[in-house]
Design a protein around this ligand. Structure first.
Ligand code: FES
Length: 74
């Protein structure tokens, strides 16, 4: 499957992001978000931690419904 490269999806949420570290932790300063930002929750974005829309084709292939969390200023 395209979304499970090299069989890495077996029981894992994260198939291929920063696999060289023990724990993936990202920090974003709220001041750097100008209007809004979409953060990936599917672990498939090539712009992680930001959403790049990869959840769409993944949902279609896997029959799932995950999407980003959007942070925005009021
Ligand atoms: Fe992962 Fe959009 S790419 S939630």
């Amino acid at each position: 499957r395209a979304f499970c490269p090299k069989g890495r999806c077996q029981g894992k949420v994260n198939p291929n992001i920063k696999k060289d570290v023990a724990k993936v932790v990202d920090s974003v300063d709220i001041e750097d978000i100008t209007e809004k930002a979409a953060f990936c929750r599917c672990w498939r974005s090539k712009k992680f931690p930001y959403c790049d829309g990869s959840h769409g084709p993944m949902n279609k292939e896997l029959g799932d419904n995950v999407g980003p969390i959007i942070v925005k200023h009021k």
